[in-house]
Design a protein around this ligand. Structure first.
Ligand code: NAP
Length: 680
């Protein structure tokens, strides 16, 4: 069914607005019929930026990481509830249902993953402490500490046409988590799908006013108004990224610019993977999938197929046979395996690039000019057969290492040995992902250390992981998405590093007391708070960073050590055998077990009666610094370092613990984690 003509709007300064100029026409990829108009002429870009800075930014920065994560989770749920409306439009971009799944549910899944990681990995604060305290003075009265703060600007997202929803959500989620409002500009082709998702986001009312704005059409003079607090995340072609990256407004204000652009990803078949091995078949499946999913319009798709010279014939035949079975057709038809390209213009571009590739390679399968595809009108719809090429001289095939045909197109390149394969892989000058299909660890070692630095991500695929592998082409929200050189130079997206990328790291210097009060995390050297009552008697909300308990002393006797050894079975010579320990580089004689010291420490600081401490939940950063000999006394300092609420009933308390000897020298330090009830 043809959708009603859509006049796309932008969402600017709290209103949906139509551009005033003559609109760009957007056609359905299936039959070339015009289904949408887009135009952003007349939008006040400076006004949009000011609106985001004035309203969205402060509202987001007021929330903690956990509160922002909660907004994203709700947004993901809202989009999930309305996903069918998005699928209905997605078909017109040429996407089959499973292609659409990557874009729509892959995008929503990224939002959920980042929201849940943020709750687990970031504090329930508006800032993030980075790394350890740096001691900058002799007596410890002056220290350094890095912290991430929210930028006070706008995250501008410019997305490519191939994933209108995933592309938008992949960048939106970390920006919102970091407390930055976003202005999203989708590619014009496919903007109707991005606009539908934008409407869901706005209508949900989940994000604060000004946190989300949307430009349907050109960004006009937006770049002229950017400042050093803003940032740009771009996905698209090399040419556009170079043009935008060199914009004087960006250069003047040193606006961070992340580029994800057109790499020439490769897949290497290991020399061990003969046609009799499972790896051979895995390789064929992976290459065919990457060539045909989303009609090859994936930034992560395999473009260069690197195989041992002796296996070129077998690979060519196996790939051609599988490609011949791919049913090309209307993406709404469930039996269709590959839909059309995004537009007729895109098909023209891909055909032209195939012609360039043909200077260095011959076609093994597919006819780029074929218009007689069963069941579709390939004159009107942007259908294209998969095209497999083969370069007999891969070193001389300059175009194959430089030209991206953004469609179902890939080229077989024979290699002599692994060094040759690595050299060819690296001729791509940096890509998003490389795959290596082999079951030989030595091949893996050589290729990863030879080509790893040229790739953002490397998949090692073999029989052991194939069943659960997420595949060559799927960027995972947990892992780096981006690649060096030609791929744009990015490594910011993926996991919490994407959030950190949207924050600004500041080096703070001052006294331990000031840093403790500012960052709500006690630092050694800052004042300690001692109260009459043991801190274990205090409920979660009553505890404050710096609150300390100093224990009495306890002498560690030889009988204690022997008893502990017998009881636990730990009769290591350093605790039990004075002769064996003679001449030892660390121990002057028999010494106490480290775990004995920890156990005694617990006995010294614990408050035994039932109280707000619910459980000991682990310890971190344990270091044994000095041995304790029989007859020496130890004591413990226990100090509240920081607190992280978990829910209405309890929260995590992090205690700084130091065990010292009679000479007041630290013998062990660690951070103890307890769960404490909010009520006494
Ligand atoms: P494109 O033509 O470079 O366009 C990318 C985006 O830039 C679009 O939103 C486009 O808007 C916008 N744009 C173009 N000129 C602009 C200007 N002067 N000022 C501001 N924005 C401008 O790329 P595409 O054809 O959409 O995407 C295909 C390319 O993206 C492929 O090369 C592919 O490899 C790459 N890609 C890379 C990744 C990755 O993660 N590395 C992911 C997906 C795609 P209009 O559409 O309105 O012109």
């Amino acid at each position: 069914m043809k959708p009603a003509m859509m006049t796309l709007k932008s969402y600017a300064e709290g209103r949906w607005v139509t551009g005033k100029g003559s609109p760009a026409e957007i056609a359905s990829a299936i039959n070339g019929e015009i289904i949408a108009h887009a135009n952003s002429d007349g939008l006040d870009m400076a006004g949009m930026l000011a609106h985001a800075r004035r309203t969205g930014g402060p509202a987001l920065r007021h929330l903690t990481f956990h509160q922002r994560a909660e907004l994203l989770k709700r947004l993901g749920q809202h989009l999930t509830a309305h996903k069918e409306a998005l699928y209905a439009l997605s078909f017109h971009t040429g996407a089959t249902r499973s292609d659409g799944w990557i874009d729509i549910e892959g995008g929503i899944g990224t939002v959920f993953t980042l929201a849940s990681k943020a709750k687990r990995e970031l504090p329930n604060e508006t800032f993030l402490i980075d790394g350890e305290v740096e001691a900058l003075s002799k007596t410890g009265s002056f220290i350094g500490q890095h912290a991430y703060l929210s930028r006070e600007g706008v995250a501008v997202e410019i997305n490519a046409f191939n994933f209108p929803i995933w592309g938008m959500l992949e960048k939106l989620a970390p920006a919102i988590l970091a407390g930055m409002p976003v202005i999203v500009k989708p590619a014009t082709s496919g903007a109707y799908l991005a606009e539908a998702a934008a409407r869901l986001i706005v209508e949900s009312g989940i994000l604060p006013e000004g946190a989300f704005q949307f430009v349907c059409g050109s960004v006009q003079d937006l770049f002229d108004h950017l400042t050093g607090q803003d940032m740009v995340g771009f996905t698209g072609s090399l040419e556009t990224s170079m043009r935008l990256q060199s914009h004087p407004g960006l250069l003047r204000s040193a606006v961070p610019f992340t580029a994800e652009r057109d790499p020439l990803n490769c897949a290497i078949l290991g020399p061990d993977a003969t046609p009799e091995t499972p790896e051979f078949d895995l390789y064929i499946r992976e290459v065919v999938r990457e060539m045909t999913v989303k009609a090859g319009q994936k930034c992560t798709a395999i473009r260069r197929i690197l195989v041992p010279e002796s296996r070129v014939e077998a690979i060519s035949k196996a790939l051609a046979e599988r490609l011949a079975k791919i049913r090309i057709g209307d993406p709404r038809d469930e039996t269709t395996r590959m839909g059309p390209l995004a537009s007729l213009a895109q098909r023209r571009d891909v055909r032209a690039r195939i012609e360039t590739l043909r200077r260095d390679a011959d076609i093994v399968f597919g006819d780029p000019s074929c218009l007689t595809l069963e069941g579709v009108d390939a004159e009107k719809g942007a259908f294209l057969q998969p095209v497999l090429l083969r370069a007999s001289n891969p070193d001389a095939a300059a175009s194959v290492h430089a030209v991206e045909a953004f469609g179902p197109v890939a080229t077989i390149l024979p290699y002599r040995d692994l060094d040759h394969a690595i050299a060819l892989a690296n001729r791509g000058e940096g890509s998003l992902v490389g795959s290596l299909v082999t079951h030989d660890p030595e091949v893996v070692r050589q290729v990863i250390f030879g080509a790893g630095a040229f790739h953002g991500r490397m998949l090692v695929l073999d029989r052991d992981c194939a069943k659960e592998s997420t595949g060559h082409g799927s960027p995972m929200p947990h892992l780096v998405h981006g690649g060096p050189g030609r791929a744009g130079g990015g490594e910011e997206l993926g996991g919490m590093r994407a959030v950190k990328h949207h924050l600004r790291r500041v080096a703070l210097q001052g006294s331990p007391a000031m840093m403790t009060s500012l960052l709500k995390s006690w630092v050694k050297g800052a004042p300690e708070i001692e109260k009459d009552e043991h801190p274990f008697r205090h409920a979660f909300h009553e505890l404050e960073p710096g609150q300390s308990f100093h224990s009495a002393e306890r002498v560690v006797t030889l009988a204690d050590i022997e008893h502990f050894a017998e009881f636990t079975g730990d009769t290591f010579y350093a605790h039990m055998d004075a002769d064996a320990v003679k001449g030892h580089p660390f121990f002057p004689g028999r010494v106490a077990h480290g775990y004995l010291l920890l156990s005694f420490a617990a006995g010294l600081f614990v408050e035994p009666k039932r109280g707000p401490v619910l459980a000991n939940y682990g310890l971190e950063g344990l270091r044994f610094l000095k041995p304790v000999e029989p007859g020496e006394a130890i004591k413990v300092r226990l100090t509240v370092k920081s607190k992280a609420p978990r829910n209405a009933d309890y929260g995590e308390v992090r205690w700084d613990v130091e065990i010292t000897n009679t000479a007041n020298e630290p013998v062990a330090t660690y951070q103890l984690l307890t769960m404490n009830a909010c009520m006494r």
